[in-house]
Design a protein around this ligand. Sequence first.
Ligand code: ZN
Length: 283
Amino acid sequence: MPVVSFREILDPAFEHRYGVAAFNVFNDLSLEAVLAAAAELESPVIIQTSLKTVKSVGADVLYKMFRAMADDLPVPVTLHLDHCPEREWVSTCLRTGWNSVLFDGSHLDVEENTRQTAEVVKEAAGFGAHVEGEIETVRGVEDGVGSDTAGDVHPIEVSGQFIDRTGVYAFAPAVGTAHGLYAKKPELMPDRVTEIVAEHPIPMVLHGGTGLHEDQFQDLIGRGCAKVNISTALKIVFTDTTREYLDANPAKHDPPSLFRPVREAVKETAARHMRMFGSAGKA
Ligand SMILES: [Zn+2]
């Protein structure tokens, strides 16, 4: 199965109301572990990269690594650029081969965000790529992007106008979730998903999923959140497993022995989310 477009992964998920996890990978191990989970569970999967990861690894190296691992994968996979407020990096990733991008103009006023997102949609179309858009800041800083204060939530009509005017293929509405770990229980606004999808039937994207319960995920997926971002959960399992291994083996200095349990733990965390979101067996 070759690498496919964002749309080829999300169209069936949106239609049949299952969720495809979009995992933020940050190195070769996390990428390989997520792809191995997808292959084992026969699940479609979205690999996404933060701008921070693109800058630290390099767009070219990251892309070549993705293709080297993804080209022979037996399940559909696509490469997405997560929250990117910097237009030149959106262009770099599109040129390099990313299949889709989230142009994050949520720091701009809606008018300017609309204008710029429409430009990105046009630019992406030239590469056969798709765009996720957002107008409301997801609370919490993720890989250096975002803000810790809750942003404005616009009336539903504003989201609709943004979708119409920009031509985005997917949209990330504010639903009360936040990036990172929750200090207290989030107050979710699932009706916003239903209301937007009723007027504008395109895939919705759930950000800030780490820490939600299975029934909350399933409710939001059932309403149209076809793409579910998972970032913090992978980072936690990666670092905690590393720490546990090092604490248990203070005299060992053999990196491959460390990588094995970390890889297994990352893979199992990815697999757990695929099962929970209903994408297992859908490849
Ligand atoms: Zn996000």
